[in-house]
Design a protein around this ligand. Structure first.
Ligand SMILES: Nc1ncnc2c1ncn2[C@@H]1O[C@H](COP(=O)(O)OP(=O)(O)O)[C@@H](O)[C@H]1O
Ligand SMILES: [Mg+2]
Ligand SMILES: [Zn+2]
Length: 245
C-alpha cells in the first residue's frame, strides 16, 4: 500500500523542512522490535498495564520484611526510574530482578524494553540458556560454519545499548558458559552499558552458578529488585481465562 502522506518517498515537508514520514518511523519500529528478539507474548506488555492485584499485602517476604504488594510497588518504580535514568543518560545502572517463578520479572523487563524501543533505543532480549546454545553452535564446526549470525549475536549482546538477560537459571554452567557470560558482563561494565537481568536464583546462590568475578560485577552494575507471588501469575491468569467460558 502506498503511503498517503509521502507516496512512499519516506519524507514529508513540514514548514518547508524535509522530515521522515511517520510510515518510516513505523517501519523502523517494527524492525527494531523484530531485532530486539522480544518474545511474542511480551510485545504488548507495558508498565502502565502492570497489574498489582496479583501481589498480596498479607504475606511478608522474610528477607526484606516487605509485603509482596510493597515489593511489587518498589520493583515497578525501579523499572520506571530505569527508563527515566536511561533516557537522561544511557550509561546508567542496570537492574537485577529476583523472585519466584511467575512473579512478573520478565514482564517488567519487557515493559521497560517496549517503552524504550518506542523511543528509538536499540534493545536485545535474550534468554540466557538460548543465548549460550546459539553462541555455542557458532563454535561447533560440524554446524554451518559460514553462519555468522550467531557470531554477531555475541557482539550484539556485548554492545547493544540495552541488554536483557532473561532467566539466568540454576543450570550447571560449564566453564565455557561461565566464561561467555563473563565476557559479556565485563565488557558492558567497562563500557558502562546497562543490563537488565531476571533470575529466580537467590542472590547468595548466583555466586555458586556464575562464579565470583561475574557475580561481583553484576552486583556492581545492577540495582536489585525483588518480586514475589504466593501463586504463579501464569496459573492465576489461566484460571481467569477458563472461568470466562
Ligand atoms: N503484574 C502483572 N500484570 C499483568 N500480567 C502479569 C504481571 N506479572 C506477570 N504477568 C503475566 O504473567 C505471566 C508470568 O509472568 P512472567 O513475567 O513471565 O514471570 P517470571 O518471569 O517472574 O517467571 C506472563 O504471561 C506475564 O505477562
Ligand atoms: Mg521469566
Ligand atoms: Zn509515508
Amino acid at each position: 500500500m502506498t503511503c498517503k502522506y509521502c507516496g512512499d518517498r519516506g519524507i514529508i515537508l513540514k514548514d518547508d523542512v524535509a522530515v521522515p514520514c511517520s510510515c518510516v518511523k513505523q517501519a523502523s519500529l517494527e524492525n527494531m522490535i523484530r531485532n530486539s528478539n522480544l518474545p511474542e507474548n511480551f510485545i504488548n506488555c507495558s508498565l502502565e498495564n502492570f497489574n498489582f492485584k496479583y501481589y498480596t499485602k498479607d504475606i511478608k517476604d522474610p528477607e526484606t520484611g516487605l509485603s509482596y504488594f510493597d515489593l511489587a510497588k518498589y520493583a515497578h518504580k525501579a523499572a520506571d526510574d530505569f527508563i527515566k535514568r536511561f533516557l537522561a543518560d544511557p550509561k546508567t545502572d542496570g537492574l537485577l530482578f529476583t523472585g519466584n517463578v511467575g512473579s512478573g520479572k520478565t514482564y517488567l523487563a519487557c515493559g521497560i524494553a517496549n517503552e524504550l524501543l518506542r523511543r528509538g533505543v536499540l534493545v536485545l532480549f535474550v534468554e540466557v540458556s538460548d543465548l549460550l546454545d546459539r553462541i555455542r553452535s557458532t563454535y561447533d564446526h560440524s554446524r554451518s560454519p559460514d553462519d555468522v549470525s550467531e557470531y554477531k549475536l555475541l557482539e550484539t549482546a556485548r554492545q547493544v545499548p540495552l541488554l536483557i538477560l532473561d532467566d539466568l537459571g540454576a543450570h550447571n554452567y560449564t566453564e565455557w558458559n561461565k566464561n561467555k557470560i563473563y565476557t559479556i558482563i565485563n565488557y558492558r561494565l567497562n563500557q558502562r552499558l546497562p543490563v537488565i537481568v531476571t533470575t529466580n536464583i537467590k542472590l547468595e546462590d548466583i555466586m555458586e552458578y556464575l562464579g565470583e568475578r561475574t557475580t561481583s560485577r553484576l552486583l556492581e552494575m545492577c540495582r536489585l529488585s525483588k518480586l514475589m507471588v504466593d501463586i504463579d501469575i501464569r496459573a492465576l491468569r489461566r484460571r481467569e481465562k477458563d472461568s470466562k467460558y
